[in-house]
Design a binder for this molecule. Sequence first.
Ligand code: ATP
Ligand code: MG
Length: 290
Amino acid sequence: MDQANILRQLAVQERETRDAMPKEIPTVHKNRTCIASITSGKGGVGKTNIVANLAFLLAGMRKKTLVLDADCGLANIDLILGLTPQYNLYHILKGEKTLKETLINGPGGIKILPSSSGIQEMATLTMTQKLALQDAMNTLQVRPDYLLIDTSAGISENVMYFNMVAKETIVVVTPEPTSLTDAYALIKVLYQRHAKKRFRLLVNMVKTQQEATEVFRRLAQATDHFLNLAIENLGHIVYDENLPSAVKQQKLLAELYPQSPSIKCLREVAKKLCQSSSEQEDDGVMSFFN
Ligand SMILES: Nc1ncnc2c1ncn2[C@@H]1O[C@H](COP(=O)(O)OP(=O)(O)OP(=O)(O)O)[C@@H](O)[C@H]1O
Ligand SMILES: [Mg+2]
């Protein structure tokens, strides 16, 4: 066989080998986790209740959902679920417990990584602590479809960090003017100092959809005019008098009363999140995973 023939033969073999390879190489972590932070400028706008109920609804849509209580100084997601975790994020960061030992089961099959309350050294996580959390997350054998992060309110270092690891930043506001100005301040800092570009607004405690649309319009106008930044509308949640009573019972409203008005709204939000999260590029500058 002359040299030209040998080369032709090798090219044929190469093509056959390539064609025989599977089109999609299966990887251990084929599914990508949608990391969504639920955050706000002003406190008390409903983040924790939204995270807990949203997680329950996503789990009902067969999405593996993990909740991270990132309100490190004043954690309370376990409280609204009536759970009493033995360990929390503090024990992981101190290297005393593994993620597996710390995760607890919540209603509907959701998993929760609880946090500590009243521990000063958790109020601003150090780089070592952030890396320890990242390492812990990477020990998960099966990655969740959704990781919902319940942040604290404001513009602290921790809030910045947890919003930066999230692909979806969901900013919760209420119609109160202070909630809007504080949300604007949060978006401004995340955009200007941390190059975060994608924000989705969720307007809570409104009477009507029109009221929510007006709140969205006002904030979107401000970010557009002063920051040249377009924000997205994720939806609204009506004021629901059943919610405070569910909180008092330490039960999830979505579980107690699935047809409650606010849960109907939140179901639409969950659907929208599911539809859009697969289409979007990663905006998280960092990620917990790898
Ligand atoms: N849609 C709603 N209708 C009626 N009450 C609501 C609604 N959303 C939240 N609340 C009430 O608002 C209060 C604050 O809610 P929540 O603790 O979830 O807010 P938060 O944003 O997590 O607060 P923080 O900033 O302190 O962490 C609770 O008493 C809750 O019952
Ligand atoms: Mg909260």
